[in-house]
Design a binder for this molecule. Structure first.
Ligand code: ADP
Ligand code: MG
Length: 257
């Protein structure tokens, strides 16, 4: 007997209105510890796909299972980071990060230890008492990462988390997310519109078709990308990037017809 896939989407469809079919016939099996990046034309249902896995939305057809059990709602085993506004503006960095722990009744002493550890992990020492509005976009996303990581989810869902950041900050945060992933090898689903980011981070890259979104192809990255590497200079990196870019472009052009 073969084990059921860790995360499985079976013939998943999502229709919002009579005429808005966001996703159609999505079949996807994801193994544990993979870093999955998801790319596709704007409006093809990438965010919808993440929200379904997060349990924030219920599919209008098909089934989603995690470790063989149906996903019926949000859970502490899945954490999400959005492009913006993942933080509570009225709470300090420290309180934002400890929020999930307070909610789940973790005793104060443990909370303080865990929060301090995560503040170090995302390099925010000295900013504990600041409010989100007092931080740069990159720092806000570090807080959002820590806020999710303290709850130790098995699956990290990230919806264009670095999409609003400048190129340098984005590159630094990409390295950090890769390092965090290597450190405790969670399963990551990471949506991006940046093909270079998709190849730099993804062990597998999922390309979606134009709306109604379907899985167009799943590409295995067959070489390693390590921290500090000048992987952009690797011809295989460029080749894969171009291949994915062409695949998306095909979909965008089909939308115009
Ligand atoms: P992406 O993240 O790939 O840009 P989305 O998942 O946000 O795409 O949206 C897919 C499609 O579903 C779009 O056409 C969008 O307008 C539509 N959509 C998303 N959320 C809703 C909603 N709550 N109600 C109605 N339509 C929606
Ligand atoms: Mg989106």
């Amino acid at each position: 007997m073969t084990a059921a896939p860790y995360l499985r989407l079976q013939d998943v469809g999502m229709r919002f209105d009579q005429d808005v079919i966001a996703l159609e016939s999505i079949d996807l099996s994801i193994a544990e510890h993979q870093f999955i990046t998801i790319v596709g034309p704007s409006g093809c249902g990438k965010s919808t796909l993440l929200y379904l896995v997060g349990g924030f939305l219920r599919p209008t057809s098909g089934a989603l299972t995690l470790r063989g059990a149906a996903i019926t709602g949000p859970g502490a085993d899945r954490g999400i980071v959005f492009q913006r506004y993942s933080l509570f503006p009225w709470l300090t960095v420290r309180r934002n990060i400890s929020y999930g722990l307070e909610e789940s009744g973790v005793p104060r002493a443990d909370r303080e230890r865990i929060v301090a550890e995560h503040i170090r992990l995302v390099h925010l020492e000295g900013f504990e008492d600041r409010y989100p509005r007092e931080l740069s976009g990159g720092m806000q996303q570090r807080v959002a990462l820590a806020q999710m990581l303290v709850c130790q989810p098995d699956i990290l869902l990230m919806d264009e988390p670095f999409g609003a950041l400048d190129a340098q900050t984005r590159r630094i945060l990409q390295d950090e997310v890769r390092r965090l992933w290597l450190r405790d090898t969670k399963t990551v689903l990471f949506v991006t519109h940046d093909v270079e980011e998709a190849v730099a981070l993804g062990t597998q890259i999922v390309v979606m078709s134009k709306r109604p979104g379907r899985i167009k192809e799943v590409i295995l990255r067959d070489f390693d990308v390590a921290d500090g590497d000048e992987f952009e200079a690797n011809p295989r990196f460029t080749e894969l990037k171009m291949r994915i870019w062409h695949s998306i472009k095909e979909e965008v052009e089909a939308m115009r017809r």
